[in-house]
Design a protein around this ligand. Structure first.
Ligand code: AHR
Length: 553
């Protein structure tokens, strides 16, 4: 039985308020406004739309933190069990119970950090249930009311992040736990001295202290995490920030654990109040507590309960969902501006640690398991959000798509021994070169794609320089019908060639399945050089990433 929708009640309200007859919003104004930067060359009715793209190679922006490509994994449906954890006795090839095929696929994404154990689950998670030889069987009231075997616990999670090469982002229980419970968990994880807890960790198989890079202090504490007011949460935040310490000797200086406070979950005035309260307290903080990040959650839902289909939809639903997802720009701008007031030096990162598409559960699935398919539309949605984060790289320094395996907008779907990589997976793979690259401004004539009353920028693009002297461009053609002829001028450099990959498919709702896993996979693309400029043709509804070597590093 599915017992809980309470944890998403805020998301519900946010989503409802978005279900309006598409007024001009800041997002679209911003993106459509880019068309003023260069001449509008869109010719109505023409087959291939011309796009002028101007990359200011010599102007270096902020670093695009690799952590914006973070992942989120919750004890929810088959996100953990069967998704990655099959147990050491499984016939599915595994290493200490963790699926080898999943690890191999995730290693290719260079996953920078992984948030765990929730989500709403985190505020009912008691870590001692998940260590040692005898695991305590509990319930998962938020997600289907199923039993939780706790066979995947602290050591298994730390083994998993180690196998995929990611940093651990642990979300502690502020809702139903205590500061002591959380403090002891961190001592168990990180103490090097022979304390009773450190010795217990060693007895359970790990003598060395673990590395915990990020600590989430609560999850959605304004709703499923305890329905707290800003003042109440702040009093908790200060206590947890003070007493939940990382004792790992190697993490006492520059590598210290980053603490992330609960931030806004929508665009309504209450979220402004919440953000103001946390950031004002931060500005006035004393020596005894600190935060390094403020979390923000924003799903692309449409309306509540989630009713957009994840497969079997048409151009209208494609346009509507992309229109909703572009509201991320408005939210990030709004909360960045509030943070700027109290933290002009931008010490606190805006951490979008839950984002992605949330659709109707697949027919026949447990509605509490949040199972959905992942289509070409999701690939484009992912690229648009990553582009927004990159454009705000000075403040958005971490983000976590929800969720990594088998839940919501997943990278990977599994069914027993079968595994399939989703279109979203391929976007994350194509964007790997943007991890820690330097943002480069790019101006372009976005043009407008219209369908009924839906108006979207036809093109979106970002550019960045990597440490090896290559320039990378990611260009998305949102228009599902018209190709785009892109002509890119790269101010100040001579271009010889550029090549990369493009991701598209026959239909906006094309998906990869266990039977047909290669319907939406990247294929090679190369640019032509004409008059010192790069020219390439983008297929309709496509995401393209290309690179070119540059000399003037
Ligand atoms: O990702 C699913 C849920 O969405 C998370 O548990 C919660 O934080 C949010 O409401």
């Amino acid at each position: 039985m599915f017992l809980g929708f309470t944890c998403v009640s805020q998301a519900a309200r946010n989503a409802q308020s978005r279900w309006l007859p598409v007024p001009p919003d800041i997002t679209r104004a911003l993106l459509l406004g880019l068309s003023l930067i260069a001449m509008a060359t869109t010719v109505p009715g023409a087959v291939a739309q011309k796009v002028q793209l101007s990359v200011e190679v010599s102007r270096a922006g902020p670093k695009i933190d690799r952590n914006i490509f973070g992942q989120f994994m919750e004890h929810l449906g088959h996100g953990v069990y069967d998704g990655l954890w099959v147990g050491p006795d499984s016939t599915i090839p595994n290493t200490r119970g963790i699926r080898n095929d999943v690890v191999a696929a995730l290693k290719a994404l260079n996953v920078p950090n992984l948030r765990w154990p929730g989500g709403c689950f985190a505020d009912e998670y008691h870590w001692r249930n998940g260590i040692g030889a005898q695991r305590v069987i509990t319930l998962n009231p938020n997600w289907g009311g199923v039993t939780e075997q706790n066979t995947f616990g602290t050591h298994e999670f730390m083994d998993f992040v180690d196998q995929i090469g990611a940093a651990a982002y642990i979300s502690i229980n502020v809702g139903s736990g205590t500061p002591r419970e959380a403090a002891e968990w961190l001592e168990y994880l990180t103490a090097a001295q022979p304390t009773t807890l450190a010795k217990e960790r060693a007895a359970n198989g790990h003598r060395e202290p673990y590395w915990v890079a990020y600590l989430g202090i609560g999850n959605e504490s304004w709703a499923c995490g305890g329905n707290m007011t800003p003042d109440y949460y702040l009093s908790q935040l200060k206590i947890y920030s003070r007493f939940v310490r990382n004792f790992n000797p190697a993490q006492q200086d520059k590598q210290q654990m980053r603490k992330i406070a609960v931030g806004p979950g929508g665009s309504e005035p209450e979220w402004t109040d919440w953000t103001e309260a946390i950031m004002k307290a931060y500005q006035n903080r004393g020596w005894s507590w600190d935060i390094h990040g403020l979390s923000m959650h924003s799903y692309t839902v449409g309306h509540w309960p989630p009713s957009f289909a994840s497969v079997g939809f048409g151009e209208t639903e494609y346009g509507q969902i992309l229109n909703y997802t572009l509201e991320m720009e408005e939210l990030v701008s709004k909360y960045s501006a509030i943070m700027d007031k109290y933290d002009p030096q931008k010490k606190v990162a805006l951490v979008v640690d839950e984002w992605g598409a949330w659709y109707a559960p697949l027919p026949g699935s447990n509605p509490g398991f949040l199972v959905q398919q992942n289509s070409l539309r999701d690939a484009i949605l992912a690229a648009l959000n990553l582009n927004i984060f990159a454009r705000h790289a000075d403040r958005v320094r971490m983000a976590n798509i929800a969720q990594m395996i088998n839940v919501l907008q997943a990278m990977i779907l599994t069914d027993k021994e079968n595994l399939v990589l989703t279109p979203t997976y391929y976007v994350f793979k194509m964007y790997v070169p943007f991890q820690d690259a330097t943002f480069v401004p790019v101006a372009f004539n976005a043009g407008t794609y219209t369908h009924g009353d839906i108006r979207l920028p036809r093109i979106d693009a970002i550019a960045a320089k990597d440490g090896a002297g290559r320039l990378w461009m990611a260009i998305t053609n949102l228009d599902p019908n018209q190709p785009a002829e892109v002509e890119a001028s790269l101010a100040g450099i001579t271009v010889k060639s550029a090549a990369g990959e493009t991701l598209t498919a026959a239909e906006v709702d094309s998906v990869n399945t266990f039977d047909a896993p290669k319907t939406v996979i990247p294929k090679p693309i190369s640019a032509r050089v004409a008059g010192g400029k790069l020219a390439l043709t983008l297929e309709p509804k496509s995401v393209t990433v290309i690179s070119t070597q540059i000399d003037n590093r």
